[in-house]
Design a protein around this ligand. Structure first.
Ligand code: NI
Length: 173
């Protein structure tokens, strides 16, 4: 396994829409394993392929990432995920992102979602997720559509934040 480079704002790759996965082979297996390793290493709860500059509809997540009790770890790989239902009930959560360094903000999302996806062997599954898992899934699917959590902020705040983050990125480049 290997650690992958996580691309950060304002890298234009993050705005690209990822393409459906059609080939379920050992390369896909390796990519998902490397993405999980990269996610755990960065103490993130989710990572979308777009963030490692692979424009495929694949994401990994584990809401127990970073938990001291390693027996709780629950790695998930979701391929071609599609949200089929969203609850009317929403929650406001402080979100961060491995692609948006040193910034967090509150984002409103559905509290429960029903998702259909394929596993690493191409088998279809349907699952209901809630709370942190549901929020994480919606955040990661956004990545596959070229959307960052800061794109959900009110327009003026979004402009100010993006300006600030672009400046910071230039400084550290
Ligand atoms: Ni993210």
């Amino acid at each position: 396994m290997a650690l992958l480079k996580i691309h950060t704002f304002p890298d234009p790759i993050l705005k690209q829409v990822a393409k459906p996965v059609t080939t379920f082979d050992s390369n896909l297996q390796l990519l998902s394993e490397n993405m999980l390793e990269t996610m755990y290493e960065s103490k993130g709860v989710g990572l979308a392929a777009t963030q490692v500059a692979v424009l495929k509809r694949l994401l990994v997540m584990d809401v127990y990432s970073g938990d001291e009790d390693a027996t709780k770890l629950d790695p998930k790989v979701l391929i071609n995920p599609e949200i089929q239902e969203k609850s009317e009930g929403t929650v406001l959560t402080e979100e961060g992102c491995l692609s948006v360094v040193e910034f967090t903000a509150e984002v409103r999302r559905a509290q429960k979602v029903k998702v259909r996806y394929q596993d690493i062997d191409g088998i279809f599954h349907t699952e209901e997720l809630e709370d942190l898992a549901a929020i994480c899934l919606q955040h990661e699917i956004d990545h596959l559509n070229g959307i960052l959590f800061i794109d959900h902020l009110p327009v003026l705040r979004q402009k100010l934040v993006k300006k600030k983050l672009t400046k910071l990125a230039k400084k550290s480049a």
